[in-house]
Write a protein that binds this ligand. Structure first.
Ligand SMILES: Nc1ncnc2c1ncn2[C@@H]1O[C@H](COP(=O)(O)OP(=O)(O)OP(=O)(O)O)[C@@H](O)[C@H]1O
Ligand SMILES: [Mg+2]
Length: 394
């Protein structure tokens, strides 16, 4: 096949998906300034001060093109205090060993797969790992059932292609190709939602560390420092099972649900505080009691038993993850700040909790009513909350 024929083939198969893909400048995240007022800055911007302090204090060996040593990356994720007293806030609350395995995997030639049920911080950890290792968490492919091969390999800028024929200037690199060329970290979200044939495009990349561009008779070879972090949801298992060939290229780290209620309260409190600050919500006096209640309810319904183990409960259809607890509390804080007296009260979280529990209305409503009448109603100190729930469900 001639060059022009192969380009033609590529263009007909990609026209519907990449025709509007803009040519994105490389390394948008690394070093790029965040415009004021961005709703959610990337991790490398939000925590730039911590990353700078860590880089200054970190005198351990760094793998090629890493901004920090593996120790520095793990400390960035798990938190700690530097010799000069700088406090590094924990981003991930969970087993230290898991983070160490994840970080050291990235320093090898195997890619990292973060697996777990929804809301276990897979995306969050992946973003922070990329930010700490490469200073850029933006080289991201979002996996869906419609993710085309171009999102993993490369596409074409058709104006350039028509005007000048196939050339490097007409090539639109995927985030993965850019990470290979720059020696940085690429991220693939929801890997198992991507159709199997598109997933297979990753096999050559991960095993041969090269991405051929037959149209140009060229290839892009990964430079040292390149690696890939993928996330996949346990619940999607069986949608597009990873082929064994691809699975062998990954080290899998399973992120668990928080082990104890205290750990989960800690995670929710930290994240709510951060989100509240970014949304300019007025600071609320201690909301720990209400946060603990949300976490208790979510854990009991998730586990199908009360904390004391005395009663069995039915579980609702939704996941009731830590991420949802964070949303419920953030919503509650907005209610308290704008329509209440600024203190997080039972009435501020009741509607949110019910909304999270009652999804598939027929069965979930029964589950919730039963929980309300048998557990909430009888529990010491939960009367206000019981009344607030009755009000919202009336
Ligand atoms: N162990 C944890 N430590 C710190 N934050 C956590 C933890 N578990 C959950 N979170 C918080 O939960 C939120 C959601 O996490 P994230 O979106 O990364 O979940 P996910 O596992 O990717 O979920 P999904 O499978 O739905 O994509 C984040 O704000 C994150 O901070
Ligand atoms: Mg995710």
């Amino acid at each position: 096949m001639t060059v022009s024929e192969s380009v033609h083939t590529a263009s007909t198969t990609t026209a519907s998906t990449t025709a509007s893909t803009p040519v994105v400048p490389t390394a948008a995240g690394a070093g790029a300034a965040t415009p004021d007022g961005v709703l959610r800055p990337h991790a490398e911007h939000a925590f730039a001060d911590e990353l700078r302090a860590l880089a200054a204090a970190d005198d351990r060996p760094r793998p090629a093109r890493w901004r920090l040593s593996p120790w520095g990356v793990a400390t960035y994720l798990l938190g700690g205090t530097l010799p000069d007293g700088t406090v590094i806030t924990p981003k991930y609350v969970g087993p230290r060993r898991l983070v160490e395995v994840a970080v050291s995997t990235l320093a090898t030639d195997r890619a990292l797969l973060l697996l777990g049920v929804p809301g276990t911080a897979k995306t969050w950890v992946s973003e922070h790992l990329a930010a700490a290792v490469s200073g850029d968490s933006t080289l991201l492919v979002q996996g869906t059932a419609g993710t085309p091969e171009e999102a993993v390999r490369y596409g074409w800028d058709y104006a350039q292609l028509l005007a000048h024929g196939p050339s490097r200037a007409a090539l639109v690199p995927s985030p993965v190709m850019r990470a290979m060329a720059e020696g940085t970290t690429a991220r693939v979200e929801e890997l198992t939602r991507i159709p199997a044939d598109v997933q297979d495009a990753l096999i050559t990349i991960l095993s041969e560390k090269t991405l051929p561009v037959p149209e140009l008779g060229q290839e892009v070879q990964a430079v040292r420092g390149f690696n890939l972090i993928a996330t996949a949801n346990d619940r999607d298992r069986g949608v597009n099972e990873l082929s064994s060939a691809l699975r062998r290229r990954f080290n899998t780290v399973v992120l668990p649900l928080p082990a104890t209620p205290d750990a989960e309260v800690d995670i929710v409190s930290r994240r709510v505080e951060q989100i509240g600050r970014s949304l300019d919500l007025p600071p609320t006096p201690d909301g720990t009691a209400e946060i603990r209640r949300v976490v208790t309810i979510f854990r009991e319904l998730r586990d199908g038993a009360t904390t004391d183990g005395r009663s069995k409960l039915k579980s609702p259809s939704g996941t009731l993850s830590t991420a949802e607890a964070i949303s419920v509390v953030t919503g509650g804080l907005a209610l308290a700040a704008h329509f209440g007296d600024g203190v997080l009260r039972p009435g501020d979280v009741a509607a949110g909790i019910m909304g999270a529990v009652v999804r598939d209305s027929a069965t979930d409503r029964v589950v919730w009513q039963e929980y309300l009448e048998t557990v909430v109603r009888e529990r010491d100190g939960w009367q206000d909350f019981y009344r607030a729930c009755r009000e919202v469900s009336a």
